[in-house]
Design a protein around this ligand. Structure first.
Ligand code: HEM
Length: 536
């Protein structure tokens, strides 16, 4: 029987945002081949009480598709929520970059932003003590630019080769399958105790920053230094910061615990309700711009992702704002299938040598090949650039493009109108490198405690008390005493009083020896400018 509405195909159309969706007006239910279904309640049986027949292709199609509904969740940042919006530039960076998204004042660039927790699975709660991912995909007229950041300005490790170990330590333990979404367990603190470079990040992780009151009230940081490249080829280093116009706000631990019990979807629901009721969250985009010569004067290495650049050294410059104003039509199609990648840049933006960033440039595309199952996942509408794009890549699973003609290579003489190199296409910064090849970590990465100390000292007494309580709670869940003692040892380099409070809370009588620090801890107190970081 033909579909009575005379459409022999399922009505899949391009929505206003370019996304594919099934037309809500279609009234006849069909198979995927367009066959109208007369009975969607009963399978085909040999007799009313007899066996179900293999012949029932409608039953088989329906159940087979259902059986394959799930795709692998993200290996980290599995639990997330996202929204569409736009970025509007208010200050031109034309002196520093050729990227049109950063030079054309007033221009609105559409974007998709996904917020996430890091450790838990996709069905975990919204409010554990955890870092929040803050990933933004801007559909610029020069290609997609992804700023894949977190709500903390630094990271746990300095080199991407340690990332699988960090994640294996924080995720549920392999023998028992828990904890689902919390860092309060032996393997996480064991790894941390043996990784002194993580101490700065640990101070942030134990602060109220990891208990946000709302996703609308978190900052976002690109973390690494990137480069901007101008018309003349000159490069300037840049750090990116998103600053919520609602200010940074957190819950306290007791609230977070109660919310986790009362509403697992607390943050997802809050973002949904605020956007669908027209109460659009917005953020300023600010940059810190600095030269190699300035960087040479910093008392730390800006290529080390465990360090931030205090505003007293490089002030923030606000250059635009992001507004999130449209909830996705479909969670799976958009929020789940969106694929961010730090290597998605546009001409005029380039990478620094930060070894953590360099590893990330490889990891995201690689993992997305298995998560999304095809090298053509850029054709999923949420991932597709909104500017023209063309090349000679072809075929592969789920290929939706049908190039015409016989030429699928370049250079060629047979298709003079085909895609060619562009003089204003992406070029890497021209940088001279010298030194000895090897598995070496620069000595300039050795100071693991000074900024941890400066962050702790920049907190109010209440915030410091929260940090001490968080450390006592987390470490009290650690069964192995030597791990607890090792952390207390590190804390002595950060602040003796903090170390004492945590030791007392854990019932430690004899203060352990602090480990040997690879570089002297800078005792200077934070300046007022450092204290403003994150206190909006
Ligand atoms: C996912 C941030 C370090 C590998 C993510 C996401 C964010 C993020 C926000 C979620 C993206 C989304 O919403 O889809 C960061 C930051 C890092 C960092 C800020 C350090 C500064 C690393 C490193 C690696 C890595 C060092 C590996 C070497 C991954 C992978 C995913 C991911 C594999 C899952 C991506 C996907 O399946 O779509 N990261 N990450 N990350 N990150 Fe990172």
């Amino acid at each position: 029987m033909a579909n009575p509405k005379s459409t022999a195909h399922q009505d899949i159309v391009n929505g206003s945002g370019g996304e594919l969706h099934q037309k809500a007006t279609e009234t006849t239910i069909t198979t995927n081949q367009g066959l109208a279904i007369a009975d969607n309640q009963n399978s085909l049986k040999a007799s009313p009480r007899g066996p179900v027949l293999l012949e029932d292709f409608i039953l088989r199609e329906k159940i087979t598709h259902f059986d394959h509904e799930r795709i692998p969740e993200r290996v980290v940042h599995a639990r997330g929520t996202g929204a569409h919006g736009f970025f509007e530039l208010t200050e031109s960076l034309a002196e520093y970059t050729t990227a049109s998204v950063l030079t054309e004042v007033g221009k609105q660039t559409p974007l998709f932003t996904r917020f996430s927790t890091v450790a838990g699975g996709s069905g975990s709660v919204d409010t554990p003590r955890d870092v929040r991912g803050f990933a933004v995909k801007m559909y610029t007229d020069q290609g997609n630019w992804d700023l894949v950041g977190n709500n903390i300005p630094v990271f746990f490790i300095q080199d991407a080769i340690k990332f699988p170990d960090l994640v294996h330590a924080v995720k549920m333990e392999p023998d028992r399958g828990f904890p689902q979404a919390a860092s309060a367990h032996d393997t996480f603190w064991d790894f941390i105790s043996l990784t002194p470079e993580s101490m700065h990040m640990i101070m942030w992780a134990m602060s109220d920053r990891t208990l946000p009151r709302s996703l609308r009230m978190i900052e976002g940081f690109g973390v690494h230094s990137f480069r901007l490249i101008n018309e003349g080829g000159k490069s300037t280093f840049v750090k990116f910061h998103w600053r919520p116009r609602l200010g940074v706000q957190s819950t306290i631990w007791d609230e977070a615990v109660k919310i986790a019990g009362a509403d697992q979807d607390f943050h997802r629901r809050d973002l949904f309700e605020s956007i669908t009721s027209g109460n659009y969250p917005d953020w300023d985009l600010a940059v810190q711009l600095f030269t190699q010569e300035q960087a040479d004067t910093f008392p730390f290495d800006h290529l080390d992702a465990t360090k931030l650049i205090p505003e007293e050294l490089v002030p923030l410059k606000v250059i635009g704002r992001m507004v999130l104003n449209r909830w996705p039509d479909n969670f799976f199609a958009e929020t789940e299938q969106v694929a961010f990648c730090p290597s998605h840049v546009v001409p005029g933006i380039d990478f620094s040598n930060d070894p953590l960033l360099q590893g990330r440039l490889f990891s995201y595309l690689d993992t997305q090949l298995s998560r999304l199952g095809s090298p053509n996942f850029h054709q999923i509408p949420v991932n597709t650039p909104k500017c023209p794009f063309a090349n000679n890549q072809r075929d592969g699973h789920m290929q939706m493009n049908q190039p015409v003609g016989r030429v699928a290579y370049e250079p060629n003489s047979l298709m003079p109108d085909g895609p060619r190199e562009h003089p204003k296409g992406f070029e890497s910064a021209r940088v001279e490198e010298k030194g000895v090849k090897g598995r070496i970590r620069s000595e300039t990465f050795n100071d693991h405690y000074s900024q941890a100390r400066q962050f702790y000292m920049s907190q109010t007494v209440y915030e410091q008390a929260h940090m001490a309580s968080a450390l006592v709670f987390e470490l009290s869940k650690v069964e192995h005493v030597h791990i607890r003692l090792a952390i207390v040892g590190h804390l002595q380099h950060i602040d003796k009083d903090l170390a004492q409070r945590v030791a007392t809370g854990l019932g430690v009588r004899d203060m352990p020896m602090p480990p040997i620090a690879a570089a002297p801890v800078q005792e200077r107190e934070p300046s007022p400018a450092l204290q403003t970081i994150g206190k909006l």
